[in-house]
Every structure is written in C-alpha cells, then in structure tokens.
Design a binder for this molecule. Structure first.
Ligand SMILES: NC(=O)c1ccc[n+]([C@@H]2O[C@H](COP(=O)([O-])OP(=O)(O)OC[C@H]3O[C@@H](n4cnc5c(N)ncnc54)[C@H](O)[C@@H]3O)[C@@H](O)[C@H]2O)c1
Length: 424
C-alpha cells in the first residue's frame, strides 16, 4: 500500500537491516534520513556506495539523487521526523545481552521527538526491551510521555540476506505496540512498506516470537550437526539420511549440517533467550545451551576431521598446506561476523598449518596477519595444497577446477562430488 502522504522517516543504523529498510521507504515515496554513528559508512553511502549485497550501489545512488534519501552521522540531521526506526546491533558482551547501541540511539533521538511521532525498534532483543529500556530512554531524552505524546512499536526484522524470493516487501512483518494506538500506528507505517503485516498483541510477544524464530533454526541446525558427527562414526552418509527423511511431505523440515553457525543472528539471539529465562525465571533454557554447545563445537570437529584425513595420507597438520575456500558465514555473502571459518582458521594456525584463504566477497580485514585472496585459486595453487576445505560454498568459486586440481577436498557443505572429495 503506498502512503497517503509521504512521511519523514529516520532509520537509525544503516547496516544489513537498516539500509534495505531505508531503500524500501524511499522506493514507496517517504523522505528518509539514514542515521549511523559510523562516519566511514555514512561517507560511503553519501558517495552512493553500498556494502550490503542485496542493495546495489546504483539503488543508493538513485535514492540520493531522488532527494528523498540523506545520510548523517549525527542525530541533529534527524530533526522533525514522523517515524524513527531503530536498527542497531544487539551483540553479546561475555555472554550477556549488550543493549548499549539501542540505548544510545534512543538517547540520541530523544531530543528530536515531537508530539505525534512514532518510534519503532527492529533490533532483536529479549522480551521487555521495548517497554523497559527503549521507552524510558525516549521519555528522558524528550520530556514527553510514551503512549500519550508519542507512540512506540516493535517490529522485528526478518531479512534473509541473499534471499530473492522472500524480501522486505514479500515477507510478512510482525507489528506490535506498547498500547492499541501504538500498534495501529506501527501497523499503518509498515503497511506502506510490506505486502502483509501480522499484528501481535504486545511488544513482549513480538520480541519473543523473533527469538523463537532464530532459536528454532539454531536448534535444528544443532540437531543435524550432531547427527552428522554420529553418522560419520556409524559410517553412514548423513546427507543421504537427511534427503531420505525430507521426502516425508509432512512433519519434517529439512536443515543441513555445516561447519558451524555465524552471522549476527544464530550465534547471538538464542543466548538473549536463555539469558532472560535464567535471569527472570532462575532456570536454564536447555535447548539453547545444548544447541550452542554443539554448534560452537563444529569448527573444532572440522579441524579434527581434517587432521584424520591428513594422517591417513601420512601427513601432519604442522606444516601442511591447507586452502580454505570461503570465509563468510553464508553462501554469496560478504558477512564474516562470527563466521565458523574464522574459528577453524584459528585452530589451523595454532596447529601450524600453512594457510591460504580465498573469499571473493569478504573485503573487511577479519583475519589480522592473514591475507585473504579475492581471486579464484589458480590450478598451480590448488595442486600445491595438501588439503582444500570448502567452508562456504559461494557460487563464484570454480568448482570444476577445485575438483580437477586438488589432492583432497573436505566439503563441509555437500556441494561437490568426486573421488578425492570427503563430506562432513
Ligand atoms: N543481519 C541480519 O540478517 C538480521 C536479520 C534480522 C534481524 N537482525 C537484527 O537487526 C539488528 C541490526 O543488525 P544489522 O545486521 O543490521 O547490524 P549492522 O552491524 O549491519 O548494522 C548496524 C548499524 O548500526 C550502526 N549503529 C550502531 N550504534 C548506533 C547508534 N547508536 N545510532 C545509529 N547507528 C548506530 C552501526 O554503525 C551499523 O552501521 C540486530 O539487532 C540484529 O540482530 C539482523
């Protein structure tokens, strides 16, 4: 639904969530200010450069030239908004939720709140964050009262980087508010951006729903990861087992094993759930703790499998030449946050392997002291390796060359078939 009148929208945080949202808001006709504390990000965006794969730089450039998208690194540029959406990171600090970014974004926006405006939180967090943390910060910064003077909503982002079928526009969006008016306003705003909104009775329920979505995925990945380790010991092919089970047309959902979980969501969000359950109810959320345990162990397991494979050929890990294909946590993504590849590489470095790391997407310096090759490995580079480990199966890799020139490949994603390929 296009808006009756264009709104002045601030999107605080111009990252993987905030930038696509800002671009969508521009596309439907709103006037958007992208506010981000990263001076470098703001500079690059102002020059029309995107760092999010799903958003081409041309889209940012077009938004800028439409005159309906501006970027700023100070909250002063946010003055006079109708709607502000907060999409800032919610990391863990030594296993505990770290909401300082949400707090500082709310405190920065506070002085610019005007009667009648709407503020929505999109960042993932534990139930109670909107009411108990966001609202007090907004009220103290503005001197206004939430509910009467301005409205507050929660609408978790469900973005799936690289997914072209389910986009911001086509994915149903949960909307919630701290009261009935806030819910209506939040719903009205998102109906200008997405094809379907789903109203949830309270912000707490919407916050918990988001944690359930990510914990569901985390737990199911842990299940198949544990199965992969068991199947290998039973001398059974876990991939065939999963494909066989997935032919059941009901009551089963397919998940794939891998070298571990990464990105901003799975390694972090379920711990927001277990932390809040422990703090408020005094008991563990056992599924999350078990899933963390299994998924965190996977890079170590891949390392062990590689040691065993080298030993079978009379080779030691110390001094072995190992080529890592893929550093990002996910196929065709440049996002290497919490990537299992980084942990695997740390194990290999500690064991004395001689590493070559190739990733055509990752540009950030996530491995201090280790060069990341952006180009395809040459036939000579592949031939020179004792082992190649396919960690992230980017489409850009030349898999035929990998199969032709490698002495041994440990494929953690089940992308390759061949006489010298071993699967997880
Ligand atoms: N990336 C995903 O796929 C995804 C999916 C669903 C939900 N989420 C959730 O969305 C939130 C944002 O994640 P992201 O992946 O976009 O993070 P990101 O790191 O890509 O982007 C966040 C941006 O916020 C900026 N920022 C930090 N503090 C700020 C402040 N006080 N004011 C203004 N800007 C500030 C950072 O500089 C950064 O550019 C998180 O809570 C995350 O869990 C992420």
């Amino acid at each position: 639904m296009s808006p009756d009148r264009p709104l002045r929208v601030v999107v605080a945080g111009q990252g993987y969530v905030g930038l696509p949202l800002a671009m969508r808001a521009v596309a439907v006709g709103h006037e958007v200010v992208g506010f981000d504390v990263s001076v470098d990000r703001v500079k690059r965006l102002a020059a029309g450069e995107s760092f999010v794969e799903d958003i081409p730089s041309a889209t940012v450039a077009e938004a800028l030239s439409s005159g309906r998208y501006q970027v700023t690194d100070t909250a002063v540029g946010c003055e006079g908004f109708d709607v502000a959406v907060i999409c800032v990171p919610t990391p863990l600090d030594e296993g505990r939720p770290d909401l300082t970014n949400v707090e500082s974004a709310a405190l920065a926006l506070g002085p610019f709140l005007q009667p009648g405006c709407l503020v929505v939180l999109e960042s993932t967090s534990y139930p109670g964050t909107t009411e108990s943390l966001l609202v007090p910060c907004l009220e103290s910064g503005s001197g206004l009262h939430a509910g009467t003077d301005f409205q507050v909503g929660y609408s978790p982002e469900r973005i799936d980087p690289g997914n072209t079928r389910w986009t911001i526009e086509t994915t149903p969006k949960l909307v919630a508010g701290i009261d009935a008016r806030s819910l209506d306003r939040t719903d009205d705003f998102y109906r200008t951006l997405v094809s379907e909104t789903v109203r949830v009775d309270s912000t707490g329920a919407a916050e918990l729903a988001k944690l359930l979505e990510n914990t569901f995925r985390h737990v199911n990945i842990a299940l198949v990861n544990e199965l992969a380790m068991v199947a290998a010991d039973l001398d059974l092919d876990v991939w065939q087992v999963i494909d066989a089970a997935a032919t059941k047309p009901f009551g089963f959902m397919k998940f794939s094993p891998g070298p571990g979980v990464g990105g901003h969501c799975l390694p972090i969000d379920p711990s927001y759930l277990s932390w809040t359950v422990r703090r408020r109810l005094g008991r563990p959320f056992r599924f999350v703790e078990l899933a963390n345990d299994i998924n965190d162990h996977m890079p170590d397991y891949v390392h062990t499998r590689l040691v065993q494979a080298l030993n079978r050929r009379g080779l030691a890990m110390t001094g072995a030449k190992v080529l890592i294909l893929g550093l990002a946590y996910k196929r065709n993504s440049s996002d290497a946050r919490e990537s299992p590849a980084v942990q695997l590489i740390a194990h290999l470095v500690a064991a004395g392997a001689r590493l070559t790391v190739v990733d055509p997407h990752v540009v950030e310096d996530v491995l201090p002291g280790i060069d990341i090759l952006g180009a395809q490995p040459s036939p000579a580079q592949l031939t020179a390796q004792d082992a190649v480990v396919l960690v992230t199966d980017h489409d850009a890799f030349d898999y035929e060359a990998v199969l032709r020139h490698s002495a041994y490949v440990l494929d953690t994603r089940h992308r390759l078939e061949g006489p010298r390929v071993e699967h997880l």
